[in-house]
Design a protein. Sequence first.
Length: 289
Amino acid sequence: MSIDLTEETITAEVQKTFDGAVDERTREIFVKLVQHLQDFTREVRLTGEEWFTAVDFLERVGRLSSPTRQEFVLLSDILGLSVLVDQINHGEGSATDSTLLGPFYVEGRPHAENGADISGGVPGMPLFFTGRVLDSAGEPVAGAHVDTWHSDGEGFYNVQQADKLHGELAMRALLSTGGDGRFSFRSIVPRYYPVPTDGPCGEILRAARRSPMRPEHIHFRFHAPGHEPLVTMLFRRGDPYLERDAVFGVKRSLVADFVPHEAGETAPDGTPMTEPFQTVSWVFTLERG
Ligand code: BEZ
Ligand code: FE
């Protein structure tokens, strides 16, 4: 009977309406969603005003969201949902640990040759990255697609500063591994940064008196035929925010040495350097699949 519903009877009544769902998984997800959402509402004794605040909040998150300002992704990130989903789906195995994608990945990125400077001319301390992609048996993965993206030395991604010299293509690229699984690029040293706090998600962080900071990192996304895709990032050892990432994404296995070098030393690509620079090398492992 769907009339005269009470606090006690409404949950089962709503759940029953999913009995005819298009498939069992859809039914399961909605039945559990209704259960937890309604249990939550009863538990906190949600007021009408709080419900309205929540609806208004989600509406504002939606209005702000776009391909370059993914406020909904950020909401999932600051609530730990993105990392939880990643953990459930890539928890164990011999591959490099994965972590969240974040809101600054964009599809429109230039293809770059190995060794290319992908900084887009953004000023900063030079960084030389050399990577190798192996499979779980230790064999090189040739022709793997490697997406990489990172912030500038002030902690901003190019998509956050489209009006400045940070052109659309700066500090991000799509590379391919060579026959030996190796890839490399030159860019600039990134920096720790706050997640965007000028939208609705910032209100949550301020209300909770939470730090918005993420430790310094470089993002990677790998695709190779015959292998499981991998989304991950490398964090700088010694970063002050490693243990209090605003989006819970740090894993010990992903902390790398960003090795400092003096002016006068030679870069990994053979360039004699007249200014200080850093180098990072890493071996990534993809699961066969
Ligand atoms: C990022 O690492 O790009 C990122 C991840 C989650 C929230 C904000 C930024
Ligand atoms: Fe990032």
